[in-house]
Write a protein that binds this ligand. Structure first.
Ligand code: OFO
Length: 175
């Protein structure tokens, strides 16, 4: 059982994860149109991951006897001025998600809702990993430079990072 406030907050988190999934899908499409196929593969996988994050909360809310609500999702942007700008937006978005998870953790402490607190630990760790990942990509882009001559190398680099993620997720059996 959840408090009404916690049910509402978790449903809001569902909407945030759902938006992330759509935003990354839109980014994947833009990358594909720029023939940045490595970046596109990375963003398609991230989009699917965010959908799994959303579903994990769905199941949790319903499992504890409350009602997970399918959110309305607003249309994400569909164009970016550069690949660096795109990854900067991803990084900012991930930091906002982390802040939202932190607020949920604080709320569970305040409500002495230990089961939700335990449930959220997975998200705390996941957000830490995602922030590190996005910061690593941004550091590489800054190192390579994102002028037209560099795009091929950026795409190769992101593709290699994506392959590593796929392998790690396979090893962990992670969704
Ligand atoms: Fe859902 O992990 Fe990123 O946002």
């Amino acid at each position: 059982m959840l408090s009404k406030e916690m049910e509402k907050s978790l449903n809001e988190q569902i909407a945030m994860e759902g938006y992330a999934s759509y935003l990354y899908l839109s980014m994947a499409s833009w990358c594909e149109k720029q023939t940045l196929t490595g970046c596109a593969a990375f963003m398609f996988r991230q989009s699917e991951e965010e959908r799994q994050h959303m579903l994990r909360i769905f199941h949790y809310i319903n499992d504890v006897g409350e009602h997970a609500i399918t959110p309305a999702i607003s249309k994400p942007p569909h164009k970016w001025s550069s690949i660096q700008g795109l990854f900067e937006e991803v990084y900012t978005h991930e930091k906002n998600v982390s802040a939202s998870i932190d607020r949920l953790v604080a709320q569970s402490y305040d409500e002495k809702d230990h089961q939700t607190l335990a449930f959220l630990q997975w998200y705390v760790e996941e957000q830490r990993e995602e922030e590190v990942l996005m910061r690593t990509i941004l550091d590489r882009i800054r190192l390579i430079g994102d002028g037209p001559q560099s795009l091929y190398y950026i795409d190769k680099e992101v593709s290699a990072i994506n392959q590593k993620q796929v392998a790690a997720e396979g090893a962990e059996g992670k969704q």
